[in-house]
Design a protein around this ligand. Structure first.
Ligand SMILES: [Cu+2]
Length: 254
């Protein structure tokens, strides 16, 4: 009799576990596509004066264009580039962080990309592509590092330990150099491209809070419902009159 009870318990346990596993794994996720727009007047970006380091000034002259702080970059159809987009909340079943590093280069004394996302546990790689010294410094108490990169080809890796929105980088040699890194515990994030569009794939089906972050205009939030195997569309619009929050003000470049 005892054996029968134990066997029955196993069967019930197996059924319960089985019910928790999606039958059609791929179909239990969907895609979010969106467009971030700047509907107001587009302000000019500040020019970067690189005279403090003649080697940077020479590199900039060689590039043939006057370098600017690419704070508000608007493409066709008023799409706002360099906007970080992510889902709020935690996702226990998310796939593990990729092993491939997210690379931030320093070329012509400018960080590229300016806005990027990385997973906790995924390497962030800094590469010096200039023939002069840079110093990558995290303005952070959650993910602290400071790497002096003395020459062309210098490489350092840092693996973030804690989620952080947003981690600001600055160069201790060149005050104008700025980049922002969204450090995420899950993979559901993106950065808008030159046309302001973004795609977040393989999102678990359900209702999610989706939010944006822009270095000048701050955050916008919406709720989106993702259906299995379908694409949900979310559009955001900044007016251009948004006041930077206190935290944003401390991040803004001079
Ligand atoms: Cu530098």
């Amino acid at each position: 009799m005892k054996r029968v009870v134990i066997t029955a318990s196993f069967v019930i346990a197996a059924l319960v576990i089985g019910l928790g596993v999606p039958v059609h794994g791929a179909a239990a996720t969907g895609t979010i596509k969106g467009h971030v727009k700047m509907t107001g007047q587009v302000p000019p970006n500040p020019r970067i004066r690189m005279g403090a380091d003649p080697l940077c000034a020479i590199a900039a002259r060689r590039s043939g264009t006057q370098p600017v702080q690419e704070i508000v970059v608007v493409g066709s159809d008023k799409g706002l580039a360099n906007t970080f987009v992510d889902l709020a909340g935690s996702f226990a079943g998310a796939p593990p962080a990729p092993k491939d590093p997210v690379v931030i280069s320093q070329k012509g004394c400018i960080y590229s990309p300016r806005v990027v996302g990385v997973r906790v546990g995924q390497p962030l790689r800094f590469v010096n592509s200039d023939t002069l010294v840079h110093d990558v410094h995290a303005m952070s108490t959650k993910n602290e590092f400071n790497y002096t990169q003395p020459k062309s080809g210098s490489v350092n890796n840092y693996t973030p330990k804690t989620p952080e929105l947003m981690l600001r980088l600055k160069c201790d040699v060149h005050s104008w150099m700025t980049a922002y890194v969204g450090v995420e515990a899950h993979p559901y994030f993106a950065v808008t491209g030159a046309d302001g569009t973004f795609t977040i794939a393989n999102v678990p089906a359900g209702r999610h809070t989706i939010r944006t972050w822009h270095e000048r205009y701050g955050s916008l939030t919406q709720v989106v419902t993702v259906k299995p195997g379908e694409t949900a569309t979310v559009d955001f619009a900044y007016k251009g009159t948004e006041k930077p929050t206190a935290k944003l003000a401390t991040l803004l470049v001079p």
